[in-house]
Design a protein around this ligand. Structure first.
Ligand code: FCB
Length: 438
């Protein structure tokens, strides 16, 4: 006989054994001083607050950040290495940069983290950009040459490889919207870049896969699409089409070259025809929807939808998911809501094996500069002091116990206040444990 629903509803949400609880970052956004990259060049044309500068100075403070992650009970980390640092000139490798990354990765392994390493996260060496960046098919060859130099040095410290971060977002921002370097608005170039990135992934996959053992994938930004009016055929068609293009094209071009699916989830889009012929995407804010400080809609069900949609027999890792907010109550709610949806997806049979919150610390959010606050840990950009936010403790407890206690789920019906969360901690570990024993 099935347990009565109520009884079931009062249980904690236990995640599968061995679930990875981590945070994600990328080198350019945290390290600082990435002077040989195309982004650095580009930033110099912009105002001071839009330049990465010292970022969070993680290049020098990596031990402190790794220790923070360890103290927060995280068991895994996703990070990237910076091609522009390692190969600042064609074929010339900077040994000190390689030694540096070895130290970072070794420190993570010494502290028993599972390490997911991204090999390209939006930035290119300036010399690669000078030859046309990803528009040039040779860039894929140079990328693999770079991997052949660096991977043998570091692969003993790595558990998962992510070849490319969000190819679709990169193409959209750099070649369609023309906001990111190289700021070219051209559909033809966008198609070349898509093709070249797909070829680069396949070559990198073959190389890494042949070395054996470690799973290889990409981090793909998946967007959840809906129509505002279910009876509008043209809106439904837009949903279908956008889903295919944004969520599936790269996988279709690189079929057979993914050992796992890495999913970054941030966006929910609603198409609205609004008496026009062709629908456009609604501004969530104008529709009185809840949004983050970047205007991105808070839509927890979306992560369930995209997971259900993409699910096949392969393991899935949420390689990024997070909220830009200066209000930590909202981050706390975000975590509980989104993780509940991930749990629901697991319950429905999706093989989600880990979750990497974006990000451990506040960081440089590309063309948006330093204003968006994604961190579990706050950065004071004047002093670079790190201060753990209360939401980090909530995430930490979930990670430690591998479950969302029912008491936290109950909070969802109410306004979540930092004070309430703080009282979990101030009651001391005993009280905290009680919450986690339910
Ligand atoms: C993702 C990027 C990551 C970060 C987050 C907020 O699209 O992969 O670098 O900027 O958005």
């Amino acid at each position: 006989m099935e347990p009565p629903k109520e009884q079931h509803d009062h249980g904690p949400l236990k995640f599968p054994e061995g679930f990875l609880w981590g945070s994600a970052s990328s080198a350019h956004q945290v390290e600082g001083g990435n002077v040989n990259s195309d982004w650095w060049e580009w930033e110099q044309k912009h105002s001071e607050e839009k330049r990465s500068g010292d970022a969070t100075d993680q290049y020098n403070r990596f031990e402190e950040d790794i220790t923070l992650a360890q103290n927060l009970n995280l068991n895994s980390q996703r990070l990237s290495i910076e091609w522009a640092r390692i190969e600042p000139k064609p074929g010339i490798y900077d040994e000190t940069a390689i030694i540096h990354y070895k130290q970072v990765l070794k420190s993570l392994k010494d502290k028993h983290f599972k390490v997911m390493l991204t090999l390209w996260h939006f930035t290119l060496p300036q010399w690669v950009s000078d030859i046309g960046g990803w528009e040039n098919p040779l860039t894929g060859e140079y990328f693999v040459r770079f991997l052949k130099r660096v991977v043998p040095e570091i692969d003993r410290f790595v558990d998962f490889w992510v070849t490319l971060n969000e190819p679709g977002v990169y193409i959209f921002m750099a070649y369609l919207e023309g906001v990111w370097p190289p700021q070219k608005k051209s559909r033809t170039r966008a198609l070349y870049v898509l093709w070249n990135l797909a070829q680069a992934h396949k070559k990198a996959y073959q190389y890494l896969h042949l070395r054996g053992g470690k799973p290889v994938g990409i981090a793909q930004n998946l967007q959840s699409y809906h129509s505002s009016h279910k009876h509008s055929l043209i809106e439904l068609f837009s949903v279908y089409f956008s889903d295919i293009i944004a969520n599936h094209t790269f996988y279709n071009l690189t079929g057979g070259c993914h050992d796992f699916l890495g999913i970054n989830y941030y966006f929910h889009r609603r198409f609205n025809r609004n008496k026009r012929l062709f629908p456009t995407i609604e501004e969530a804010e104008n529709q009185h929807r809840e949004v983050s400080d970047l205007g991105w809609e808070i839509f927890p069900e979306g992560i369930f939808d995209v997971l259900e949609d993409i699910s096949n027999h392969k393991p899935i890792y949420i390689t990024e998911c997070g909220i830009a907010s200066t209000n930590d109550d909202r981050r706390t709610r975000f975590l509980i809501q989104y993780l509940s949806e991930v749990y629901r997806a697991i319950g429905s049979g999706v093989r989600v094996k880990g979750f990497f919150y974006w990000s451990l610390t506040d960081n440089f959010e590309w063309h948006e500069g330093f204003a968006p606050r994604f961190g579990l840990v706050e950065i004071d950009y004047k002093t670079l002091k790190r201060t753990i936010r209360p939401s980090a403790y909530v995430y930490s407890e979930i990670a430690k116990h591998n479950k969302i206690p029912h008491s936290l789920l109950r909070l969802l019906g109410h306004t979540i206040r930092v004070e309430e969360v703080l009282c979990y901690m101030h009651d001391g570990p005993k009280a905290l444990c009680e919450h986690f024993n339910d």
